[in-house]
Write a protein that binds this ligand. Structure first.
Ligand SMILES: [Zn+2]
Ligand SMILES: [Zn+2]
Length: 463
């Protein structure tokens, strides 16, 4: 088989393939409930293929509508129809490389599914499109070479204003994470990854930046291998807060090649806090050392004002190195009743206590105590960093690395609860703001990658 025209798919790729795989990205999902999808071809010839192998050329620039018809799909455009077929595929006659603005413009695609900023926008996609008739509506899959896909991911994740060595490090990490395929979330669906934060945010070529394309090209095929020579499941999050977390604390089990890292140059005072415990937590969060630290994700290295310029467009901007969230007792009680079915009968919140922490200070177990309507005490455990962040915030708490400060009244009742915290995200693996800080300090992509994954090594997996 000719590797250039029939690239190996993600499911069958191994480092021994020495070839670039293709990726299938779910861009319109069954959950979007679409009865039809419209798109506009670029000024290039494309060809439609049906399940029975029949093909039909479509002229450049055509506006095509894919519609559900009975059990199948029909494609129509001014001058032609094609189908019905359970599956329709349209691909360019010549390869369309992922360059800014290249490819098919698909109208009204959902971005940020389920988030407060969910919106509909046109998306321009390189590669081929495949449409499936699913019971809930049309599913659209964008299939394209991995490197082209990465250029779209890097564009969506980070701003092109970022230093190029940071973008290259981000490419290596995203490529490794993707090739490790450790968390397939869509096994029953006809694609490898979806286009949202659920997997990895991807917005095609419409907003693709030349620096992102260059960073992908400049790190082509480069991946992190773990000590057993397997591609590293290279997790990352926005800010570790000074010390990165162990995978055990986040996912309940170790991962090869992933361990705790002090996110600072050697000798920095943040190293004193490894591991963060109840005893040194307050000093970790608010001590005088914060005025002198050069921790890579600290505001001394990446100033708060600069974060907005470097983070992706959809992220809120704030100080993620140290933050606090405050609730009146009533407000937190309302939140708990809304978020926890078990707290429906909560009458009065009596205590909030972190009972287990990881090395970065991230709470992995929080005990809530309240009185129910009959005055009986009830204890409830939040038993993961994810659950803690989900329950203790109206949206999602920045991180679970926080100290609980309870203000109590004269009768011992809670008046207010303040969470004083560090970092943003689960904190395991590469720290994105820290990696940005390293690049701003002059470190190159390889140094950045090996700082966060000190047991891994870099290798070019395909030419
Ligand atoms: Zn997904
Ligand atoms: Zn960090």
């Amino acid at each position: 088989m000719d590797a250039a025209t029939h690239p190996i798919d993600m499911q069958h790729w191994t480092p021994n393939a020495h070839a670039e795989p293709s990726v299938r990205v779910g861009v319109i999902l069954e959950a979007d409930g679409r009865a039809s999808v419209e798109f506009v071809l670029p000024d290039k010839p494309y060809t439609l293929t049906a399940d029975n192998g029949k093909t039909q050329p479509v002229m450049p620039g055509a506006e095509v509508c894919i519609q559900v018809s009975g059990d199948g799909l029909i494609a129509s455009w001014s001058g032609g129809t094609f189908g019905p077929s359970e599956r329709l595929r349209i691909e360019p006659d010549d390869r369309v490389p992922a360059a800014p603005g290249a490819g098919v413009r698909v109208l009204d695609v959902v971005a940020g599914r389920g988030f407060h900023w969910q919106k509909c926008a046109d998306q321009t996609l390189a590669g081929s499109l495949e449409f499936h008739a699913a019971p809930g509506g049309v599913v659209m899959v964008n299939e394209l070479p991995l490197e082209d896909y990465l250029a779209g991911v890097i564009t969506a994740e980070m701003s092109s204003a970022c230093p190029v060595e940071f973008l290259k490090a981000q490419c290596v990490v995203a490529r490794s994470w993707l090739l490790a395929m450790a968390e397939p979330k869509h096994q029953a669906e006809p694609f490898d990854r979806c286009n949202d934060d659920c997997c990895q945010r991807y917005q095609g070529t419409g907003d693709m930046s030349q620096p992102a394309v260059d960073a992908v090209g400049g790190s082509r095929g480069l991946v992190l291998l773990d000590p057993a020579a397997q591609v590293l499941d290279a997790n990352y999050s926005k800010s570790c807060g000074g010390i990165s977390e162990l995978p055990e604390a986040v996912w309940g089990e170790p991962k090869p090649g992933l361990r705790e890292v002090i996110d600072a140059p050697p000798g920095d005072p943040v190293g004193r806090f490894m591991p963060v415990t109840e005893d040194n937590l307050d000093a970790f969060l608010e001590g005088d050392w914060l005025t002198e630290t050069k921790a890579y994700c600290s505001t001394h290295v990446v100033p708060v004002e600069a974060i907005g310029k470097y983070l992706g467009r959809v992220d809120e901007v704030d100080d993620y190195f140290r933050w606090s969230v405050a609730y009146t007792r009533e407000k937190l009680e309302t939140l708990l009743r809304d978020k926890l079915p078990e707290a429906a009968g909560l009458e009065e919140l009596r205590d909030v206590r972190v009972t287990r922490r990881g090395v970065s200070g991230r709470a992995i177990e929080v005990e809530l105590t309240w009185l129910d309507r009959s005055g009986q005490p009830v204890a409830h455990l939040l038993d993961s960093e994810y659950r803690i962040r989900e329950v203790l915030h109206r949206g999602f708490l920045y991180s679970s690395a926080f100290a609980v400060r309870l203000q109590r009244g004269s009768a011992g009742e809670i008046e207010s609860v303040t969470l004083r915290g560090a970092g943003w995200g689960h904190g395991a693996g590469l720290c994105q703001i820290g990696a940005l800080g390293m690049a701003l300090c002059g470190h190159d992509a390889a140094e950045i990658c090996l700082h966060y994954y000190p047991d891994a090594h870099l290798e070019t997996a395909y030419p």
